[in-house]
Design a protein around this ligand. Structure first.
Ligand SMILES: *Cc1c(COP(=O)(O)O)cnc(C)c1O
Length: 234
């Protein structure tokens, strides 16, 4: 495993340099951008390699995979949930994550609120926005966002901290930048309504553009850990 671990260290160095360069080009402080390591399909040894190099936040997509791997993670790693979450699985993760980024309905917000109340905690959450307007993607439309923000804001055991988005892959760099700029504008607009501090956007293929446009958290999987190899289903 040592060559793979070394590869993670080298990719991490390159990603950090790219974020610094993107921030410099936009006059931003790179310290404002948290690098999240997205762990799906990745061996805990490699995840811990990233944590040992100073990555503090891990992103999990799947409840079962997370539950089966978490005992092996370094205790200092904070885990945030970023995948589609069914309301009936909320209770399995509520006391094991520090944020849930993928809240796309009041129904889910209420389920998180209820589970958090049972554990006597307040769960930080992000509202997921479908900025690309794709029918296949989860997230609320920009038009639906103010109402969700207001209603979720009334729940006492969640704290809405910001917005998250997964824009469609965009090969045209100009259009890619436009989408992130649009999302950043929406974020600033929502900051007039609620005290938001997290804008989660940008993945392996587009994190530099996202950082330049104002992301405070980028979610990086394959650029850090290499291509994902999904187990064969027989
Ligand atoms: C898998 C995943 C990522 C990371 O994807 P890469 O392209 O491998 O960086 C980021 N965000 C979410 C929600 C994901 O599911």
């Amino acid at each position: 495993m040592e060559p793979e671990m070394q590869a993670v260290r080298e990719r991490l160095r390159a990603i950090r340099q790219n974020i610094e360069r993107a921030c410099a080009s936009a006059g931003r402080d790179p310290g404002e951008v948290t690098l999240m390591a997205v762990t799906k399909t990745v061996d805990p040894l490699l995840i811990n390699t990233a944590v040992d190099e100073g990555v503090t936040v891990l992103g999990e997509n799947r409840v079962q995979e997370f539950l089966s791997k978490r005992a092996e993670y370094r205790p200092q790693a904070q885990v945030q949930f970023i995948g589609h979450l069914q309301t009936n699985k909320v209770r399995q993760i509520i006391d094991k994550v520090t944020m849930i980024q993928s809240v796309d309905s009041l129904h889910l917000a209420a389920a998180i609120d209820k589970a958090a109340a049972q554990h006597d905690l307040i769960m930080p959450v992000l509202l997921e926005v479908n900025i690309g307007g794709e029918a296949s993607k989860s997230g609320v439309s920009p038009a639906e966002l103010p109402a969700l923000l207001e209603e979720a804001g009334k729940l006492t055991h969640i704290a809405v901290r910001g917005l998250m988005t997964i824009p469609p892959p965009q090969p045209d760099p100009v259009k890619q930048t436009e989408v992130f700029a649009q999302m950043a504008a929406l974020y600033r607009q929502m900051q007039q309504i609620a005290p938001l501090e997290v804008l989660s956007m940008g993945m392996s293929g587009d994190y530099e553009a996202a950082a330049a446009q104002g992301a405070t958290l980028v979610r990086i999987g394959s650029a850090l850990f290499g291509p994902r190899i999904y187990p064969q289903v027989r």
